[in-house]
Design a protein around this ligand. Structure first.
Ligand SMILES: Nc1ncnc2c1ncn2[C@@H]1O[C@H](COP(=O)(O)OP(=O)(O)OP(=O)(O)O)[C@@H](O)[C@H]1O
Ligand SMILES: [Mg+2]
Length: 330
């Protein structure tokens, strides 16, 4: 018997629906439940062969539990090691190398010193920063947003150096990025599951939260959708995520990937709507079943050099990242 466990936080629709869907397959060899975690001893296996992690980004205890479980062969969606190592700025850089269109982005040092550090800790930092060059590269309008994080927290749209410096002052000790604003016509949020199946949803970030997933979308150029799907697969295969949401803002027919580090993506029925909810519950249930059936107890490949170098390159159909990048950026 293979057990699938779901670790979750405040969400209350997706996890129980997933458990019900997996159990509705009535496979005598696979059973799912909301995971129960108690004493966690080092190097001891978890009772769950497959674990779907929806919350370890907020609860370090769970992240520690998952890494320990991986050591004894549990399969975790998503890879807790890579998730710990990953950040949005790295993602933008990787996407650029892979030929995905990414708005120009720079990494900025924390506005205020992180706790326990002082200006003495920052002696490697050029002062003042070359602001004129940074603004020249990124341009305005631009988005100032954390290099890690989500939930639209600490995201500022700025139209001038003055607005930028005001917003930067609000960012405390967060590590931020500054990114060219895309003047988008179409905007998509896409689920990608198992590095295989993509579900593209039109999304309108200007609407209130519960109306953002557009219910009756206008038709879109199929070529644009094809490219969005291809980019989703390229990025998820490179990053090794089995479950992710990727966001694209499209200007002049070019889909710019602006956020694709969402390894515990929003899947609440009240925000994504019943049809999208059904899709994601089904897909993740199928994926968990497949992983459970294939589970051997052998430790999975958790080294990332292989997928960043190998599979990512393969996903661009034999072209080098540089060739593809030239096609994209002209
Ligand atoms: N480069 C950009 N061009 C245009 N709009 C942007 C850009 N970057 C961010 N935005 C806008 O800001 C919103 C939040 O940005 P982003 O997705 O990067 O942050 P987040 O914290 O992950 O938010 P969420 O959880 O809503 O995805 C986006 O939905 C989009 O409307
Ligand atoms: Mg986002």
């Amino acid at each position: 018997m293979k057990k699938v466990g779901i670790i979750f936080g405040m969400e209350s629709t997706f996890p129980p629906a997933l458990v019900d869907r997996i159990n509705s397959f009535n496979d005598p060899e696979v059973q799912a439940e909301l995971a129960i975690i108690g004493e966690v001893r080092m190097a001891e296996p978890s009772p769950y062969h497959v674990i779907i992690d929806r919350i370890s980004h907020d609860i370090p205890f769970y992240r520690g539990y998952l890494k320990n479980a991986a050591l004894s062969g549990s399969i975790i969606i998503n890879n807790p090691f890579w998730w710990s190592a990953d950040d949005k700025f790295f993602n933008f850089a990787l996407g650029t190398k892979l030929g995905v269109a990414i708005p120009k982005t720079v990494l900025l040092p924390h506005k205020y010193h992180p706790p326990g550090t002082s200006d003495c800790s920052m002696r490697n930092l050029e002062f003042p920063l070359p602001w004129a060059s940074i603004f020249d590269y990124v341009g305005f309008p631009a988005f100032l947003k954390p290099f890690d994080g989500g939930g639209w927290k600490n995201v500022y749209k700025v139209n001038s150096p003055g607005e930028f410096f005001w917003a930067y002052d609000q960012t405390r000790d967060l590590c931020m990025t500054l990114q060219t604003a895309v003047n988008f016509k179409e905007y998509f949020r896409c689920y990608c599951v198992g590095q295989q199946n993509v579900h593209i949803m039109q999304y309108d970030p200007s609407l209130p939260f519960h109306e953002r997933y557009v219910k009756h979308p206008a038709p879109v150029d199929p070529k644009l959708l094809e490219r969005v799907e291809r980019d989703c697969l390229t990025l998820c295969r490179a990053l090794g995520y089995d479950l992710n949401t990727l966001e694209f803002a499209c200007e002049d027919g070019i889909p710019y990937a602006i956020d694709f580090m969402n390894p515990a993506p929003d899947a609440d029925i009240n925000s994504v709507g019943p049809a999208n909810f059904d899709w994601i519950v089904n897909q993740v249930a199928e994926l968990a079943m497949e992983k459970a059936r294939k589970h051997t107890g052998k430790i999975s490949e958790y080294r990332w050099s292989a997928f960043l170098g190998g599979r990512a390159a393969a996903s661009t159909n034999g072209q080098t990242a540089r060739q593809v990048s030239q096609e994209v950026h002209g």
